[in-house]
Design a protein around this ligand. Structure first.
Ligand code: BTN
Length: 255
């Protein structure tokens, strides 16, 4: 853990708490939002009620995966809050590519790696906490040791172990958070946002593909052509161009 704090000494992520068990690291930081400094990191070896997007659960056995959340005091304009999730996804893809993996981002927040087919290796849950000084809590589950090939994990998910990679999880977390720091600076500086969007799109497995966006008022099918400066996904079809700020996306051709 000291090596991790050293690795992160030049970033905002040098205040780290590590617990062996909690309900959900996101929920904990949301509950403590008014007292914690920018960049505070909470890591847990196990979550009893880990939370995913759209009210789903996030499962992981004790001590094998990376489960952490960070608290951010936004210094960017409100309309860029939604870029924080892409920033963490991009930071993670960069780390995985440094390990030699074929990694990409499925909009908005799934990190995929290519095996015989694309499988999910990490997910991100971001929450906005409205208070006197609003904050964002961003949590990630990165599958390190589970599910292995022989395990029955969530469908279409994988792990570094299943991909034959054995690396120290603190070292990987350090790499992710260093990359994340750079990407957060990029989304804070107005003239760097377009560069960020370009970098994001270059690692996206959604952009350029036919997709279905699940919406409460009916599905939309079209081609994903980019993301807006607020992180929304731009879809083109015979009816024109539409942007979606949230939703579940299905890639219509298997990647
Ligand atoms: C998803 O893909 O649905 C998002 C999953 C996010 C899971 C992480 S694990 C650490 C943090 N604490 C939580 O309860 N959820 C996030």
């Amino acid at each position: 853990m000291e090596a991790l704090i050293d690795q992160l000494s030049e970033t905002r992520f040098n205040k780290i708490e590590h617990v062996s068990e909690t309900g959900s690291t996101n929920s904990d930081l949301v509950a403590r939002a008014s007292t914690l400094p920018d960049g505070f990191v909470l890591i847990s070896d196990y979550q009893t009620v880990g939370r995913g997007r759209m009210g789903r659960n996030w499962e992981a056995p004790p001590s094998v995966n990376l489960l952490f959340s960070v608290l951010l005091h936004p210094k960017w304009p409100d309309e860029r809050h939604q870029l924080v999730t892409p920033a963490l996804a991009l930071a993670t893809v960069e780390m995985l590519q440094q390990l030699g993996m074929k990694a990409s981002i499925k909009w908005p927040n799934d990190v995929l790696v290519q095996q015989e087919e694309s499988k999910k290796i990490a997910g991100i849950l971001a929450e906005y906490v409205q208070q006197e000084n609003p904050v964002l809590v961003v949590g990630m589950g990165l599958n390190i040791g589970w599910p292995k090939l022989e395990d029955s994990g969530p469908p279409e998910s994988t792990s570094l172990s299943a991909c034959g990679i054995d690396e120290d999880r603190w070292k990987l977390l350090g790499e992710i958070l260093k990359n994340f720091e750079k990407r957060l600076v990029q989304i804070t500086v107005e003239k760097e946002v377009s560069g960020f969007i370009e970098d994001y799109c270059s690692k996206s497995s959604t952009i350029g593909h036919e997709v279905k966006v699940d919406k409460a008022d009916g599905d939309i099918i079209g081609r994903a052509v980019g993301i807006e400066k607020d992180g929304s996904l731009i879809i083109e079809n015979e009816n024109g161009t539409t942007s979606f700020s949230a939703g579940d996306v299905t890639h219509l051709r298997k990647l």
